[in-house]
Design a binder for this molecule. Sequence first.
Ligand SMILES: O=C[C@H](O)[C@H](O)COP(=O)(O)O
Ligand SMILES: C=C(OP(=O)(O)O)C(=O)O
Length: 367
Amino acid sequence: MNESDNCAEQLADAGIPGAEPGLVYQPLPSPRLLHQRCPLSARGRQQVVTARVSLRRILQRQDPRLIVVLGPCSVHDPAAALDYAERLSELTIRVDETLYVLMRVYVEKPRTRVGWKGLLSDPYLDGTAALDDGLELSRRLMLDITELGLPVAVEVLQPLVAPYLQDIIAWSAVGARTSESQVHRELASGLPSVVGFKNGTDGSLDAAVNAMVAAGAPHCFPSLDQEGRAATVHTAGNPHTHLILRGGRNGPNYSPADVEAAERALREARLPENILIDVSHENSCRDHRRQGEVMRAVASQIEMGNRSIVGLMLESNLVAGKQACGNPQGLRYGMSITDGCIDWETTEALVLELAERMRPGLARRLA
Ligand SMILES: O=C[C@H](O)[C@H](O)COP(=O)(O)O
Ligand SMILES: C=C(OP(=O)(O)O)C(=O)O
């Protein structure tokens, strides 16, 4: 008998049989239990509501600030993420007249093929996939970051994770690999956060534009209720969505001509012309050192009068670059184990520069 048969047998003994040979089920707490263990304080709840309202106001041009979503490509070490958050929360206070800053707290990672799937799925980076601990660590980290006054931004990946975390989240992305997925569009239709849909990895806009239309409509689909029971959820539709340009197979898509094409696609679908530019990924040709150059080019478009660009995304960490996701004990503190990131000093300088550049044209950005 191999190890997994043994595990399945032990679970069957505990009254949790696998439905099919080879499948092993491990129970998770209900969303309510996790919320009770790690509650969102009244102050935290107020911060989340305020963040969502601020983002909606920016999308409606009632707040002239530029959204800036930045932070590590992925969180693998909650202590380093909190260290980053403390620095970011101080920086945010210096720029909040012109920028609305959120921290990427990406605990789920989509993979092109296979690879580590994030703190939530594999918190010990060793393939043990201790999802119960991953959920709790992720929730605790998001609560701590919220308490610092920083709004939390995530990529939503596993739909059943949402009931555990969505009360803390101000902004969500649906990634390039999932914008075309009906499941993610349905999920977005019920999220209380603002949702950005990324263009596809091939660079096409259709999936993301169609996703914005789909997410704006009501849906019903299987989910978990607060007690963790399988349930049909009925959603009202989420009108607070926008497009994210992240480049694609044929290269970047942040040039004025690309932005105009995106505006046209949104207009044709009768959607608001709200575009956020990811200065990383294919827009920086997968070279984290080029993020500054892309940011400056986007800032120039805004200075020249562009009104559809509502924000920017950057991948940044304490230390520049990336390292292999090998032995957890041998990892360098504050360095990415997924995509390469710029370091804290570069981040701080870029954010301060962007804030200054946005100041003169601020009033023009209102409706
Ligand atoms: O943003 C992170 C990565 O680009 C994304 O998760 C895909 O990663 P992979 O191509 O290394 O699997
Ligand atoms: C996975 C990400 O992006 P994309 O979906 O654009 O590849 C990300 O922002 O971490």
